[in-house]
Design a protein around this ligand. Structure first.
Ligand SMILES: NC(=O)C1=CN([C@@H]2O[C@H](COP(=O)(O)OP(=O)(O)OC[C@H]3O[C@@H](n4cnc5c(N)ncnc54)[C@H](OP(=O)(O)O)[C@@H]3O)[C@@H](O)[C@H]2O)C=CC1
Ligand SMILES: Nc1c(N[C@@H]2O[C@H](COP(=O)(O)O)[C@@H](O)[C@H]2O)[nH]c(=O)[nH]c1=O
Length: 399
């Protein structure tokens, strides 16, 4: 999965047209998809894996917990080894083709072979060059490999991640900490704090997982923020994100954002795509856009937001800075549509007195999806052998 950084335009491979799957394998794939959804969205795709014993019964379930941690397959194998299970002759059901590269956590194809697993069933291809994919390595070692099971669901789980990688830009999480009446600051510019301590802790945990955090120049001038990841004692904790500021105006020399490490990037642009390009070139694969309203709106208008986290406080201001500026929408038909994202902690969480709302862009509407018109996509269950993504909008990924 750390191979997400290796973008390519190679199309995903075709599913195994003739592959058939047992009821136990189908059930295991559903469990693997559910496990995958427990991971955090970000630089790597969500991936889950279930190991089945020789009698088809599930032995262990693993999933990927984010960049730098064990891949789903390695997580499952480690659990099995910790439990003293012998995996020789076992099957592995996984939501993405096992990786074949040595990232930070070692190639999963090799780990599967070493564990003695003899059957691998995966949903969709690792969109790296297929010739370099884990399936090739597994088959060469005599492992029986089948793919295409629940391909639609597996693709949908990470669809915005696939899009981001194809576009060679970071995965973008948007943060809004707002009042019930959609204000992110009061009329006099005060805003600390609208969020509950629990929401702030959640936000700091997120800051510790991302590669970079971005605000507008106005937020730097008004708030003089540090933008570090800190623990409940206010101390910097763990990995710190690159701090990025977007806008033409310069950053004051004495601004707190410089910090002790000076790990700050001034993006002298008002173009979100240009900002993302510069961040991508700096190695950023997961960006959190923190605000303020004009920056949030610029990314939303450009369609460059993959995940939305709204901390909603039961507070009213009546006036002040609105969460969002103009999105260029003048009629309801052009409204942006979002859907609740049940992955990565769920769609709605209570954080102290706040609600944490988690959303992702709705799937593009098809003409048949108007009210009263039954959409085949909405009514059919996920096909097990539908074609994988077509090559046009796919790129790198990998597990
Ligand atoms: N509650 C919350 O979650 C948060 C609240 N805030 C609050 O938000 C307020 C600031 O919000 P806001 O005034 O909207 O300022 P922003 O922080 O969004 O910064 C706006 C500035 O960014 C530059 N800029 C860069 N790209 C664009 C673009 N595409 N469109 C417009 N401007 C761009 C412009 O400055 P330039 O002339 O330099 O180009 C512009 O003046 C503060 O009061 C702060 O406290 C901020 C973050 C989070
Ligand atoms: N007011 C507000 C937020 N404000 C954001 O936090 C920044 C301050 O960061 P720091 O200096 O590191 O503590 C500020 O500039 C703005 O980006 N965030 C939230 O989660 N909830 C809130 O109520």
């Amino acid at each position: 999965m750390s191979g997400s950084h290796l973008a390519t335009t190679a199309p995903l491979g075709e599913p195994d047209a003739g592959a058939s799957f047992s009821a136990a394998e189908r059930a295991a794939m559903q469990a693997a998809l559910a496990a995958a959804a427990q991971g955090p969205r970000g630089a790597n795709p969500l991936v889950g894996a279930v190991v089945l014993g020789t009698d088809g019964s599930p032995l262990v379930t693993g999933y990927h917990r984010g960049a730098g941690t064990a891949h789903a397959e390695a997580d499952a194998i480690a659990q099995a080894q910790a439990a003293g299970l012998d995996l020789r002759g076992a099957s592995m059901v996984v939501t993405l083709e096992p990786c074949n590269h040595c990232g930070r956590t070692g190639p999963c194809a090799r780990a599967i072979i070493n564990a003695g697993i003899t059957d691998v069933i995966y949903a969709i291809d690792d969109p790296h060059d297929p010739a370099a994919g884990g399936a090739v390595t597994l088959r060469a070692a005599g492992v029986r490999v089948r793919s295409g099971l629940a391909a639609d669901a597996a693709l949908d789980l990470n669809r915005r991640w696939f899009d981001a990688v194809a576009a060679k830009r970071p995965f973008v999480t948007l943060h809004i900490a707002q009042t019930l009446d959609s204000r992110i600051a009061a009329d006099d510019g005060t805003s600390q704090w609208i969020s509950s301590p629990e929401s702030l802790a959640d936000n700091h945990a997120l800051r510790g997982r991302i590669d970079a955090i971005l605000v507008g120049t106005q937020t730097v001038l008004v708030d003089n923020p540090r933008l570090t990841a800190r623990n409940s004692d206010g101390e910097e904790s763990g990995k710190q994100p690159l701090r990025a500021v977007m806008g033409y105006r310069g950053i004051p020399e004495d601004a707190a954002i410089h910090g002790a490490d000076g790990n700050v990037l001034h993006l002298a642009t008002r173009d979100p795509r240009e900002a993302l390009d510069q961040l991508f070139q700096s190695g950023v694969r997961h960006l959190m856009v923190e605000g303020g309203s004009r920056i949030l709106s610029a990314f939303l208008t450009a369609g460059l937001v993959d995940e939305l986290i709204v901390y909603l406080a039961p507070t009213l201001l009546g006036s002040g800075t609105p969460a969002l500026d103009d999105l260029g929408i003048t009629t309801l038909a052009d409204a942006q549509q979002w859907e609740w994202d049940s992955a990565s902690g769920g769609a709605v969480q209570m954080l102290g007195r706040d609600l944490r709302l988690h959303l992702r862009p709705a799937r593009p509407a098809s003409p048949a999806s108007a009210p009263g018109v039954e959409s085949p996509a909405a009514t059919s269950t996920s096909s097990d052998t539908t074609p994988h993504r077509n090559g046009a909008d796919t790129a790198a990924g990998g597990n």
